[in-house]
Design a protein around this ligand. Structure first.
Ligand code: AMP
Ligand code: MG
Length: 361
């Protein structure tokens, strides 16, 4: 179906080209408690002076590629990234009872809760994205979103939606700038930071690598990646997956390649966690339209480029919900942000900051 409309292309935000290929890895939400308990260490290997490492944490795959002449620094870098990812999971997973987010969800409807600096940062950033997108991004989506179970193919009933939808509203998050506290205005509000925390984790990881003197690296947490420097004389080449590649086709080639330096890149797709509803034939997936409480439709893959993961991550989810026209309008109005949208017919749309490639003949 997509062969006619997809084309392999190389184009550049930075007008560079490269021969290497980096796949954007599949992405999931936060780890459930049992997954968190299975956090393990990195598997790593070396090739042509580069070290590659992968691990599972935050309910997703973490991948690090880095270069440094001193192997001890390389190891420190890998350890620093894994520790940071695990720390963020412990702090922001809503499924770990002791996490700040779980505590917040348990008490903020009853009384204001004073937030940590980090929680304040993530929630205020989320609120900004909600405001610029008229609520397409909304961390209270969880009030309904947690009633989906993609593995068990379960979704909320119409009655559930009617009952819970009033709790999906970022305006119900009452932030007090003076005391840095948060109160939920509705008893059913639940907050989930699965649409922003991985981008933040990737940013922190890159900062830690920089502090170790590393100048060339790429860190990914699922579909959220950030590249540091270049790939030693050539740009990093990040691939956008074919959103309709069969799950069993493990090594399908990306449909678009992005040569990048010092950039964060996040992809949101409807193929990561989903099932097909047997009665309607509709794809039920993990990106929720806060207006309806149902999976967003109209586009199938959105990739956002920005300086930081803290912007690219929530904005990819946001543009997915907004769709082509509103999504491009939003991104075209934001400085330093670009996007590539694949719509439901397989057509690729680019923000004005990107020069679309010539289609292959
Ligand atoms: P991503 O795949 O990065 O776009 O993020 C998807 C994740 O963001 C989901 O697994 C949810 O945790 C969360 N999410 C889903 N819909 C929304 C929404 N409308 N606003 C904010 N977060 C969302
Ligand atoms: Mg995202």
């Amino acid at each position: 179906m997509f062969q006619n409309v997809f084309f392999k292309s190389i184009f550049s935000r930075l007008a560079k080209a490269s021969a290497a290929t980096v796949f954007i890895l599949s992405l999931f939400g936060f780890a459930s408690q049992s997954q968190a308990a299975r956090d393990n260490s990195f598997a790593s290997w070396q090739h042509e002076g580069w070290t590659y490492a992968q691990a599972e944490t935050m309910g997703t795959r973490i991948a690090v590629t880095l270069w440094h002449e001193d192997d001890a620094v390389v190891q420190q870098g890998i350890d620093a990234v894994l520790n940071e990812m695990q720390r963020i999971n412990q702090h922001f997973s809503p499924w770990i009872e002791s996490s700040e987010l779980a505590q917040l969800n348990a008490t903020a409807a009853k009384a204001p809760v004073v937030l940590s600096e980090e929680m304040w940062l993530l929630i205020s950033k989320s609120m900004w994205v909600s405001q610029v997108s008229q609520g397409a991004f909304d961390i209270t989506f969880a009030s309904v979103g947690w009633h989906y179970d993609y593995r068990k193919e379960q979704q909320p009933s119409e009655e559930d939606l009617k009952r819970l939808l009033p709790a999906v509203n970022y305006r119900g998050l009452l932030l007090d700038k003076q005391t840095k506290s948060l109160k939920y205005a509705h008893p059913d509000i639940r907050v989930d930071l699965g649409g922003i925390a991985k981008g933040y984790a990737v940013d922190n990881s890159i900062t830690l690598l920089q502090q170790l003197g590393i100048k060339h690296a790429m860190v990914s947490a699922g579909g959220d990646s950030r590249v540091l420097g270049d790939k030693r004389g050539r740009p990093w080449l990040v691939g956008i997956k074919n959103p309709r590649a069969q799950a069993e086709e493990k090594n399908t080639e990306p449909v678009i390649y992005l040569p990048l330096e010092d950039t964060a890149v996040s992809t949101s797709g409807d193929y990561e966690r989903y099932f097909i509803d047997k009665s309607s034939g509709k794809r039920v997936h993990h990106i929720i339209n806060p207006k309806t409480g149902e999976s967003a439709s109209g586009v199938i893959s959105v990739t956002v480029l920005a300086d930081k993961g803290l912007d690219a991550d929530p904005l990819s989810t946001t543009v997915f919900v907004l769709g082509v026209e509103k999504g491009l309008n939003l991104v075209n109005g934001l400085q330093g942000v670009d996007c590539i949208i694949i719509d439901a017919s397989g057509k690729v749309h680019y923000s004005t900051g990107l020069t679309p490639p010539e289609p292959e003949k």
